[in-house]
Design a protein around this ligand. Structure first.
Ligand code: GLY
Length: 441
């Protein structure tokens, strides 16, 4: 099966690995990938293309004769890449631009949840500072302030400081067409549950937990996610069935009824509150870094599952099977993350870390750089062979992922890997997958 994978960050490296690792021997995956990630490139045929250009992606998929296009990040979905590929007659795993509003607009998501009868935090959508003040008064602290639009993981501020809440809200509403969603704070542990959807049917994957704050003990600013683990041995067994029945199925039904069927990955970000399970957020793509641990445990063919979702045939595929092994991923981030980044630092120790049993190093924000060519015209300088080194090029740089029989063993192996890797200014948490670390920001 020829698969074109759009996106080239850590999540897509995990997707590429899983597509290849679980490839069906009778119909092996032939992967075309978006060039530029040193971890992904060797797993397929790398092609440079603009992931945000719907026509360019559809043309490439047609030229490559792709059987399936898998779209990793939210930005191409919000830009309508899935619509263009679908219009070219090629199965695509990823929602239409209209259905991607479930992530691209927090107010749309709230409206959809309310109409579908999905339990979520009470909220107000505001476009003026007067409305913001009234909402903050009504809902009280801690304040949860969400940019209505996509903000690359930087849109949400949770704070007890009213002025900080107002400042974030002001930045959102003062942008042209800007709006902000202010909602009740949901206490309790957070869980991420990914559901494959084909417009009608839903297949849940296994739950994972993400560690969103930058620092140990859930201190510091929110990030895209600093680590994750799966399974969650403390989680009640019936949660998945409950979320499918009360969240995913009603949402998929609602999206179909409004004429924008949801095909792709519905990421249910949940809070297990004292009053019951509540949806914190929907995303319309695999979570990052939860995907790194969820897919590490998948035994079934990922390509077959995604193709079934893309072609409306989920009801015909067997339920996925999972390893009983645990997986843990620890994110190593650049100095300055999630603010102004220091990049271009040499990374060492990745090969040594990958030499550890069960350890894989996922590339999220790295690139290669040629050194030893300085001052050279044609060819190399002074007889010194140029050398390719790995450097950091993004906020989240590497996801050191380990698989072992228990969460404790996977955690120990992941940190053994982290300890072998070095780049100047590297930031990472030391408490990923420790428990009872159940309370998330
Ligand atoms: N890890 C959170 C996200 O993918 O949005």
């Amino acid at each position: 099966m020829k698969v074109l994978l759009v996106g080239n960050g850590g999540r897509e490296h995990a997707l590429a690995r899983a597509l290849v690792r679980t490839s069906d021997t009778t119909n092996p995956v032939d992967l075309v990938v978006q060039a530029g990630n040193p971890g992904i490139d060797p797993l397929g045929h790398p092609v440079p293309f603009d992931a945000l250009d719907p026509a360019a992606v559809a043309d490439l998929a047609t030229r490559e004769n792709a059987d399936l296009v898998v779209i990793g990040p939210e930005a191409p979905l919000a830009a309508g890449v899935a619509d263009a590929v679908r219009a070219a007659g090629i199965p695509v795993f990823g929602p239409s631009r209209a259905a991607a509003q479930l992530e691209a607009s927090k107010s749309f998501a709230k409206q959809a949840m309310n109409r579908a009868g999905v339990a979520t935090a009470r909220s107000h959508t505001c476009t003026t500072m007067e409305q913001v003040d009234a909402a903050l008064d009504d809902l009280g602290a801690p304040h949860v302030v969400k940019d209505d639009a996509l903000a690359a993981g930087k849109g949400v501020v949770v704070t007890a400081d009213r002025e900080a809440a107002r400042e974030h809200a002001r930045a959102c509403v003062e942008r042209e067409g800007g709006a902000v969603v202010i909602e009740d704070y949901l206490d309790g542990p957070e869980v991420s549950l990914f559901c494959l959807c084909d417009g009608t049917d839903v297949i849940p994957l296994v739950p994972a937990q993400d560690f969103k704050r930058l620092l140990d003990a859930n201190e510091g600013p929110n990030t895209g996610g600093m680590g994750a683990y799966s399974p969650l041995p403390w989680l009640r067994e019936d949660l998945v069935a409950e979320v499918v029945a009360e969240v995913a199925v009603p949402t998929v039904r609602h999206m179909a009824e409004r004429g924008t069927p949801f095909v792709g990955l519905l990421y249910c970000g949940l809070a297990l509150t004292s009053k019951g399970t509540r949806v914190v957020e929907f995303n319309v793509r695999f979570g990052d870094p939860e995907t790194q641990v969820v897919l590490e445990r998948l035994d079934s063919s990922l390509a077959q599952l995604l193709h079934a979702a893309a072609t409306g045939t989920l009801a015909q595929v067997p339920a996925p099977t999972w390893s009983s092994d645990a997986a843990v991923t620890v994110v190593m981030a650049s100095a300055g993350y999630p603010g102004t980044l220091r990049t271009g630092e040499e990374i060492t120790g990745v090969d040594q870390a990958e030499g550890l049993p069960g350890v894989t190093v996922i590339h999220a924000g790295t690139k290669t750089r040629l050194i030893g060519t300085e001052g050279a015209g044609e060819g190399n300088c002074c007889g010194v062979e140029p050398e390719e080194i790995l450097v950091n090029s993004g906020g989240r740089v590497l996801d050191v992922t380990a698989r072992a029989a228990t969460v404790e063993a996977a955690r120990a192996a992941a940190y053994e890997g982290v300890d072998l890797i070095h780049f100047d200014g590297a930031q990472y948490r030391r408490d990923i997958a420790t428990w009872p670390a159940r309370l998330q920001a």
